[in-house]
Design a protein around this ligand. Structure first.
Ligand SMILES: [Zn+2]
Length: 346
């Protein structure tokens, strides 16, 4: 090796050290690789033994300069970390950690997720609809004509929005408009649930609120009857409340179904045996939802032939299920988000 080759090798080592020292490489590794017993620089310096004295002096100075640089770099890094040793004994890993508030899903979300899971098992898919709805989808297409008295049962907030088509807008009073929107969008057979917020112009008390959550469900196909509705709702209730749950219908009126029914579930809390049961008050039945067979006019409004297709629909308040599930008797608890109450629920 002549002096030029030696200088080139020294340059390569300096370059390699530079790139390693800029990365987070382990200091012991760096030391061993360059200035350890078999380190690259150590071996190169040993080569100087075969050079002439004047060359040895010149090259040795350059080589030692790099060596000192590497050694002091490594020492400075070691000193930087050695400070931690002083604190080592001050850490007590057995001390309990600080308590932080753990977040959790809201009771309404938990209840809704459970309802959705059950209906998905029964083959229903989910559709979402807008909260600001056109009068047509919220009322008219659902067989509420403009001065239908049933509109009074669902008084809501009307919006002063007029577009070029002169439509009337309101905050939807139920999730049923999603029935219309879905039926116009897809072809039967349809098995759909649609959860979401709905609005009514009501004063707040323990069982009423101006905003609450509903879930709509409907099934349209050939030969769908009240029997399919009963089976579906009973399967759902058994999954939600337990296998002893039963369903009974009593006549009710909603313009978009014919016949319409109020569905009650047997009281799974007392089995109808406790006169002082705070849920059923001894009747053995709890009102849970409104349901019925789709009115032919609703099918016609969506372009379906009522002689070919039929369907059922139901709608239920999520809060009602959450209250029963969690043993709450005041609806307002679900909206106030008082941590003292929520912590008792979870
Ligand atoms: Zn009861």
């Amino acid at each position: 090796m002549d002096s030029n080759e030696w200088i080139k090798k020294l340059g390569d080592i300096a370059e390699a050290f530079k790139s390693f020292s800029e990365s987070n490489v382990d200091i012991t590794f760096l030391e061993e690789r360059f200035v350890g017993k078999r380190g690259e620089l150590t071996l190169l310096l040993r080569e100087l033994g075969s050079f002439k004295p004047e060359e040895k002096k010149l090259l040795g100075a350059k080589g030692n300069e790099l060596k000192n640089k590497i050694v002091s770099f490594c020492e400075s890094k070691k000193n930087l970390f050695s400070g931690f040793k002083e604190y080592h004994y001050d850490i007590d890993i057995t001390l309990p950690s600080k308590k932080y508030n753990q977040s959790n899903l809201h009771p309404i979300t938990i209840t809704l997720n459970r309802i959705i899971d059950i209906f998905q098992k029964l083959g229903f898919s989910i559709e979402w609809g807008p909260l600001v709805e056109e009068d047509y989808y919220n009322f008219e297409a659902l067989n509420f004509s403009p001065d239908h008295p049933a509109r009074d049962m669902q008084d809501t907030f009307y919006l002063d929005l007029k577009d070029d088509k002169n439509k009337n807008y309101l905050l939807r009073t139920h999730t049923s408009p999603v029935q219309i929107r879905s039926m116009l969008k897809y072809k039967p057979p349809l098995r759909i649930i649609s959860p979401g917020k709905v609005f009514r112009s009501e004063a707040i008390d323990s069982t009423h609120s101006f905003v609450f959550n509903q879930i709509e469900g409907f099934y349209v196909d050939k030969n769908v009857s009240m029997a399919d509705l009963k089976w579906t709702l009973e399967s759902f209730m058994k999954d939600f409340f337990g296998s002893s749950a039963k369903i009974r219908f009593s006549p009710s009126y909603f313009p978009f179904v014919e016949p319409g029914a109020q569905a009650e579930v047997s009281c799974v809390f007392c089995g109808g045996t406790d006169k002082s049961c705070r849920v059923c008050h001894g009747s053995g039945w709890i009102e849970m939802l409104g349901a019925g067979v789709m009115h032919p006019n609703v099918l016609k409004n969506c372009g379906y032939d009522p002689n070919e297709f039929s369907g059922f629909a139901f709608g239920a308040g999520i809060e009602r299920f959450a209250m029963l599930l969690l043993g709450i008797d005041d609806l307002r608890v679900l909206y106030e988000n008082d941590l003292r109450v929520l912590r008792q629920i979870f």
